[in-house]
Design a protein around this ligand. Structure first.
Ligand code: PBE
Length: 268
């Protein structure tokens, strides 16, 4: 069958991203869960390498399976589909939450207010991601988003006062979603007078640094499933400020032209 050829054509490899990503962990669990994935592997690399491989496969109409998530510009650029996951290894829709270090509320109440009130939607995040994909720097994309969405920004800064050069460090992972959100929040804080540092880290280190209090906060917690183990490990040392974006998801993603719909349609 064509799905047998798919496995051979892909060397039984799922094109993954960073080894520390939750979606990579879920994909490894899928290998254990589905007989159809016996003998397959998740090849880890980076989110950038994954999107490059995806683009090349699509140019050549070759099969490819990537560890995917949405929102993400790849769904606007290409015709893609999630493979059905009847065992629900990748979970249901999730939310992205904001976590800050304990003590931030007392130390920097104005930053805390903004981080607590920061909440946006898929369309907004998509617009920032797409601008970056089209060549803007994350800083440029964040600046124009903030300029063009002053009402939304006002709802985040409501009740917060400007400050005079206080330092704040936001940590994130270089996933397109988190690059977008972190730079937007950073831009808002910087407009309020904060000296903002945005530091890209490995996923586990991002969680650890906020739990330790080395960093002040992050807007990159995918829950309940994708970062569920990291949340369990660190939740007692964190201040959970709740959702900043609702209804995100992860899974195995393939081009529409592939003749399969479910993880179970693959063959070992
Ligand atoms: N992601 C994007 C991350 C969370 C945000 C889905 C690649 C992960 O898998 O950990």
């Amino acid at each position: 069958s064509s799905s047998t050829n798919y496995g051979e054509q892909m060397d039984y490899q799922i094109t993954g991203i960073e080894a520390g990503a939750g979606v990579v962990g879920a994909s490894e669990e899928a290998l254990e869960t589905y007989d159809s994935l016996a003998g397959w592997e998740v090849a880890t690399s980076s989110s950038g390498a994954m999107t490059t491989a995806l683009g090349e496969a699509i140019d050549n109409e070759e099969p490819i399976i990537v560890t995917g998530w949405s929102p993400h510009w790849k769904f606007q650029q290409y015709d893609l589909k999630y493979l059905e996951d009847p065992e629900n290894v990748f979970g249901d829709a999730e939310n992205i939450k904001t976590m800050v270090r304990q003590g931030l509320e007392e130390d920097m109440p104005n930053a805390y207010t903004v981080l607590d009130q920061f909440q946006w939607d898929e369309e907004s995040m998509n617009s920032v991601m797409l601008e970056i994909q089209n060549g803007a720097s994350p800083q440029e994309a964040a600046t124009s988003f903030v300029e063009e969405n002053q009402d939304m920004v006002d709802s985040w800064t409501e009740g917060a006062e400007e400050v005079d050069g206080k330092e704040i460090e936001l940590v994130y992972v270089e996933w397109e979603t988190e690059v977008a959100s972190t730079h937007v929040v950073g831009e808002v804080l910087s407009n309020m007078g904060f000296e903002v540092t945005t530091t890209p880290l490995d996923n586990a280190v991002m969680w650890q640094s906020v739990a330790d209090g080395q960093a002040d906060g992050m807007v990159a917690a995918w829950l309940p499933l994708t970062h569920g183990d990291l949340f369990e490990e660190h939740k007692d040392s964190l201040d959970n400020l709740g959702n900043n974006l609702e209804g995100v998801r992860t899974g195995l993603v393939v081009p529409e032209y592939m003749d399969i719909d479910s993880i179970e349609d693959l063959t070992p």
